[in-house]
Design a protein around this ligand. Structure first.
Ligand SMILES: Cc1cc2nc3c(=O)[nH]c(=O)nc-3n(C[C@H](O)[C@H](O)[C@H](O)COP(=O)(O)OP(=O)(O)OC[C@H]3O[C@@H](n4cnc5c(N)ncnc54)[C@H](O)[C@@H]3O)c2cc1C
Length: 447
């Protein structure tokens, strides 16, 4: 490809302690927690809201906020779950007494919950603001370059947190990363969809509720309802008396770090929802009159870069319920790696792993602080679905409560480091853990 050089003077619009790229579950957690500790924070979010996949992409459920005994994602997570109840943002089929594990929510209300948490914390932020580049010397980032409606500008900060979900900031700053399996295959994406006029009571009475929908798939596949015979159907989840967000259909082969690939997947996703509409209307009871109201403003992307850090959290750690001296949280969601290919072999492997690599009640694995520290970089932390781990752990820690855990820990560490003029590796782990426990984080091994 032909290249040009481009140089110009740009304004340093913000001079802060902590810069956060991306406002998904991990980014908003990091920014709010850092700001609550007194750090001056600026967060750049590319879309029009906080929440990332959980709002802009349209997912309606928190996976494993608890392990059946403990609220492992407590702290910032609890603020979100309780905020949703206060705002009436949960499914009408739930009660406030239910465990957080069943939390199905209305994404529009979740946006408001995040807005309120952000405003109250006094963090700085703007939407429609994209992180583009970094200025980095000897592993120390001094500025990020952002683009927005007003043009290109720089942000100066002491600590930088990459919460883009794709490791954009770390990769740009020179961190090493891995992407996909040994053949480069990544989990497929999903263009989530919003539906109305579903008779949930009828669906539930007729064995067509949330967990039974996929039982009807084999017959429809045999009848050639689908262009691609995809045997994996997460399903429709109720978010209102007659409405649902659908996590249906996969965009195989998408690379979420390439806008051309994302564009292709979005075009395909919008075709695919029509096939699912046919399926639900014809084969399941309660969905006969369903209507499509919209699709996600973002493609749902499950997997891209895994940034390589000082520790790479891995399958053995999951199996042995690992504990670490520097753990900043513990988590319990099973290993959920959506099949990268729509064939029986790929699906069988997914099912085997999903059934086998899961915990009993009260079990969980530790997440070390080192898995948030990208190698080679001295004042950058990575959070959310691109932390330093193998694909097995990525299949677990990527869900939103896991992102709250890594986000809040990075926010706290960044506040400590910026306050004391430290690099990330110099943060005192006992102090970090102690301050996390004080804000309600689940750290049972901290004594
Ligand atoms: C289809 C699908 C279904 C899922 N289902 C569930 C579920 O039921 N329950 C669950 O708990 N989890 C679920 N997950 C997983 C979970 O939603 C994501 O892994 C999680 O949201 C990742 O959080 P994150 O903060 O790392 O990144 P994201 O949620 O991806 O947020 C990243 C944010 O950064 C912004 N951003 C990205 N790049 C830039 C940039 N360069 N500049 C500025 N902003 C940028 C994005 O706009 C976005 O807001 C699902 C994921 C998918 C894709």
């Amino acid at each position: 490809m032909k290249k040009i050089s481009f140089s110009r003077k740009i304004p340093v619009k913000y001079d802060v302690d902590v810069f956060v790229a991306g406002g998904g579950p991990s980014g908003i957690a990091a920014a709010v927690v850092a700001a609550r500790q007194g750090a001056k924070v600026f967060l750049a979010e590319g879309t029009a809201c906080f929440g990332g996949m959980g709002t802009a992409a349209g997912l309606p459920l928190f996976c494993s906020p608890e392990d059946g005994v403990n609220v492992t994602s407590s702290g910032f997570g609890t603020d979100v779950y309780e905020g949703l109840w206060d705002e009436g943002g949960n499914s009408p089929f739930m009660s406030r007494k239910d465990p957080y594990n069943t939390l199905t929510f209305n994404g529009e209300i979740l946006k408001r919950v995040y807005d309120n948490l952000a405003k109250k914390s006094k963090m700085g932020f703007s939407f429609h603001t994209n992180f583009m580049d970094v200025s980095v010397r000897n592993g120390i980032v001094d500025h990020t370059i952002c683009s927005a409606k007003s043009g290109i500008f720089a942000v100066k900060a002491k600590i930088f947190i990459d919460a883009t979900g794709d490791g954009d900031l770390c990769a740009t700053a020179g961190a090493t990363f891995k992407k996909g399996d040994e053949n480069g295959y990544m989990q497929p994406g999903t263009l989530c969809s919003l539906w109305c006029d579903i008779d949930w009571k009828k669906a539930m009475k007729s064995n067509c509720g949330v967990w039974q929908q996929s039982d009807y798939l084999p017959k429809a596949i045999k009848d050639n309802v689908f262009t691609i015979p995809d045997p994996h159907l997460p399903g429709m989840l109720p978010v209102g008396i007659h409405s649902a967000w659908g996590n249906v259909g996969h965009t195989f082969g998408v690379d979420g770090t390439d806008e051309r690939s994302l564009t292709k997947a979005l075009l395909w996703g919008r075709q695919l929802v029509m096939e699912y509409e046919k399926f639900y209307k014809k084969y399941l009871k309660g969905y006969e009159k369903m209507q499509l109201l919209g699709t996600g403003a973002l493609l749902g992307v499950r997997e891209t870069r895994r940034i390589m850090g000082d520790y790479v959290l891995n399958l053995e750690d999951f199996k042995k319920r690992a504990t670490f001296a520097d753990e900043i949280g513990r988590f319990s969601y099973p290993v959920d790696i959506h099949p990268p290919r729509p064939n029986a072999k790929s699906f069988k492997k997914f099912e085997e792993i999903f059934k086998k690599l899961r915990y009993e009640r009260g079990e969980n694995y530790g997440i070390p602080f080192r898995s948030l520290i990208p190698r080679k970089l001295k004042n950058v932390l990575v959070v959310g679905r691109s932390i330093s781990c193998d694909r097995y752990i990525q299949g677990s820690v990527r869900v939103m409560p896991g992102c709250f855990i890594t986000g809040q820990a990075a926010g706290m560490a960044a506040a400590i480091a910026s306050d004391k003029g430290l690099q990330t590796r110099q943060v005192d782990i006992r102090e970090l853990q102690g301050r996390l426990v004080k804000m309600g984080a689940f750290l049972p091994n901290y004594k």
